[in-house]
Design a protein around this ligand. Structure first.
Ligand code: E4P
Length: 218
């Protein structure tokens, strides 16, 4: 399973990239607003830190403007995945960019049939938002299962399921059990994955016992 980080914070991205476990980055207009930096230079900087896909989202909602924005974002770096909303205009831009060899991440997916449309439009990634579905008492993870089943039925589809709106480690555990291709997580969720109290306890005991041996490996 690939791990993307869902943030526009370049310091967080640098820090997580240094772990060697970061496969890509997703941003959205809300995350860019939170980062408080000019959009295009920020995406350029992120693309210089991370070799995997970096999602940069269009701002327009009409086809003509979205198409121009998508073409401009695609020029930033070869690893940019242009992010478009799951709307008729967004999928039209998706088809256009995908046909031209640009990666496209189709975002704001909340139903299996929307995901089917995105795959037909040649999306590289479909982003179903599990947390936002859970928030309204719908089963976000069931959506992931349904999309994976549908995509498995049609091996010609190349679209990867990118689990989005991840709120906690159990979302990631469930997504991995289902075999989702990618999950994009806030930085704190990625950091939580390392921790277990028995790891801390066991390590403290090993450190103390090693001291008793009086030895040094180096
Ligand atoms: C996905 O690409 C989105 O940026 C993100 O996962 C949305 O998460 P949220 O529902 O926590 O805002």
């Amino acid at each position: 399973m690939k791990f993307f980080v869902d943030t526009g914070d370049i310091n967080e991205i640098r820090d997580l990239a240094a772990t060697g476990l970061l496969d890509g980055v997703t941003t959205n207009p809300s995350l860019i607003a939170k980062a408080g930096k000019p959009f295009i230079p920020l995406i350029e900087e992120i693309c210089s830190v991370v070799t995997g896909p970096v999602s940069a989202e269009v701002a327009a909602t009409d086809y003509e403007t979205m198409s121009k924005e998508g073409a401009k974002l695609a020029q930033i770096a070869p690893n940019v995945a242009v992010k478009v909303p799951l709307t008729p205009a967004g999928l039209k831009v998706c088809k256009e960019l995908s046909d031209g060899g640009t990666m496209v991440n189709v975002t704001l997916c909340f139903s299996p049939l929307q995901a089917l449309l995105a795959a037909k439009a040649g999306a590289s990634f479909i982003s179903p938002f599990v947390g936002r579905l859970d928030d309204i008492s719908q089963d976000g993870m069931q959506l992931i299962a349904d999309i994976l089943t549908i995509y498995d039925n049609y091996p010609d589809f190349q679209t990867e399921v990118l689990v989005a709106s991840v709120r906690h480690p159990v979302h990631l555990l469930e997504a991995a059990r289902l075999g989702a291709h990618v999950a994009t997580c806030p930085p704190d969720v990625i950091r939580k994955l390392y921790h277990h109290p028995l790891t801390d306890k066991g390590l403290a005991a090993f450190v103390e016992d090693w001291k008793k041996t009086g030895q040094s490996i180096l």
